[in-house]
Design a protein around this ligand. Structure first.
Ligand SMILES: Cc1cc2nc3c(=O)[nH]c(=O)nc-3n(C[C@H](O)[C@H](O)[C@H](O)COP(=O)(O)O)c2cc1C
Length: 341
């Protein structure tokens, strides 16, 4: 499939939900939640993109980095690069597309596996979202991560253990969905989690536990203390709380505080391999990509997701060569101009 075909198909299938803007920055779709935008004024989404755009890179070419090491491993799972497809749910509500939840998850999980990376699946009031995700993970021998809404802790444990049964590499909770009204309206309450609850979830589950939606050093430290295995520095793509800073702004301090105690991941506004390199240089070990993967899946199914991932890999490789970064596992802040931290 050519990029032009993928884009044309995505435009048709999105049915107006996503305009496929030349720069996916949350301006045209501000306030469109449900939809593809950021909540309220859309500033959380826009801040993600602008925070990354504000970071400059040092172009360095007097070195011997010709074939940088891109591969890494997450919880024992080999990956071709430190990139994951972010969790997404609500195909009908958010994307107005005719893809079922199961079809969407299958496209993301299989396309990610074909690109040598991992994908995440989402959750929602409709059980089809979570179950469709689990089926997709199962169909790929467990090569995926199931993200559960911050439901009652006993329910989280139950669903996490279902994910473990499906062979999932890990499970997580998108803790920033703590005020999601459609869950509560559907009689499936969500809310913030106390330290004790995080410990409870960790104690009663077997596979690695990820907390997605961390934006402060204090919350990151609490996760580390509670035994959480990984955090995702994330504001849910600007869809939870309006006027949050860009994730690239808060990442360095968070990474500094918890590095070595748990795995640090990040998402928000990542649109290219250059953005991936910036996040690695700011302290992330893994980078999640949301909306570009959605466009790939809607436009081209698994093949479309693989195309998005392959493009990110090619861009990341070029960016590493041009900054002299030899290994994705040890990208130095020296690639940033001026050094950020
Ligand atoms: C339409 C849509 C649905 C989403 N659904 C979920 C979800 O079910 N669970 C979750 O953890 N995150 C969800 N997210 C957030 C993404 O996982 C991710 O944090 C965000 O999209 C990253 O920002 P980016 O799109 O700018 O890359 C959703 C995002 C979008 C745009």
């Amino acid at each position: 499939m050519e990029w032009s075909e993928l884009k044309a198909k995505a435009k048709e299938r999105f049915n107006g939900a996503c305009r496929l803007c030349p720069v996916c920055n949350g301006v045209a779709c501000a306030g469109e939640v449900p939809g593809m935008g950021g909540v309220g004024t859309g500033m959380g989404f826009r801040n993600n993109v602008s925070a990354l755009a504000d970071i400059k890179l040092n172009l360095r070419t007097v070195h011997r980095v010709n074939a940088p090491i891109m591969s890494t491993a997450l919880f024992g799972q080999e990956m071709s690069m430190p990139v994951l497809a972010a969790a997404v749910g609500g195909t009908a509500m958010n994307m107005k597309c005719t893809m079922s939840e199961a079809e969407y998850s299958a496209a993301v999980i299989t396309g990610s596996v074909q690109a040598g990376v991992l994908g995440m699946t989402g959750d929602g009031p409709n059980p089809e979202v979570f179950q469709g995700g689990l089926s997709a993970i199962k169909a790929e021998q467990g090569k995926g991560i199931a993200i559960i809404k911050p439901r009652e802790s006993e329910r989280i444990v139950l669903l996490a253990n279902e994910a473990a049964q499906a062979g999932a590499v890990a499970f997580g909770i998108d803790i920033d969905a703590a005020a999601l009204i459609n869950m509560t309206r559907a009689g499936q309450p969500v809310g913030p989690k106390s330290f004790i609850e995080l410990e409870y979830i960790k104690r009663n589950t077997q596979i690695p536990f990820i907390v997605k939606g961390i934006m402060t050093v204090d919350d990151a430290l609490a996760c580390a203390e509670a035994g959480v295995d990984a955090i995702v520095v994330s504001n849910h793509g600007g869809r939870a709380l309006d006027h949050t800073p860009g994730t690239a702004e808060v990442l360095p301090a968070i990474a500094r505080a918890v590095q070595g105690r748990l795995v640090v991941m990040v998402d928000g506004g990542v649109r290219s391999g250059v953005d991936v390199l910036k996040m690695l240089a700011l302290g992330a070990e893994f980078v999640l990509v949301g909306r570009p993967v959605i466009a790939g899946a809607v436009g081209g199914g698994a093949e479309g997701v693989k195309m998005v991932m392959d493009r990110l890999a090619a861009e990341l490789r070029a960016a590493m060569v041009l900054t002299g970064a030899n290994d994705v596992r040890s990208v130095s802040s020296r690639v940033i101009y001026p050094p950020a931290w």
